[in-house]
Design a protein around this ligand. Structure first.
Ligand code: FES
Length: 84
């Protein structure tokens, strides 16, 4: 583990170089990422960008947490149910 972190809902999340946001969140036992448009919790599922189950908001843009590399200083947020 490095001393680099990104922010998730006001919590500092450490990550390893090259790790995705989803993997870093899961390593901290964060299993759900907020509600999707149907009200179901988003989560880390396929890990390859196919299922769209891991959508989060990064710097104001909705993106797949499994495809987005963690970077120091990022602000990652849960979706509101009507974001997608
Ligand atoms: S986990 Fe399936 S798109 Fe990210």
């Amino acid at each position: 583990m490095t001393d680099e972190t990104f922010q998730w809902m006001a919590q500092e999340i450490p990550f390893r170089q090259g790790e995705s946001i989803a993997a870093a969140l899961e390593a901290q036992d964060i299993q759900t990422f907020g509600p999707d448009a149907s009200g179901q919790d988003t989560r880390f599922f396929c890990g390859i960008g196919a299922c769209q189950c891991c959508l989060v908001r990064v710097g104001g843009c909705v993106t797949e947490a499994c495809l987005t590399p963690a970077r120091s200083g990022l602000c990652v947020e849960r979706l509101a149910g009507n974001d997608v």
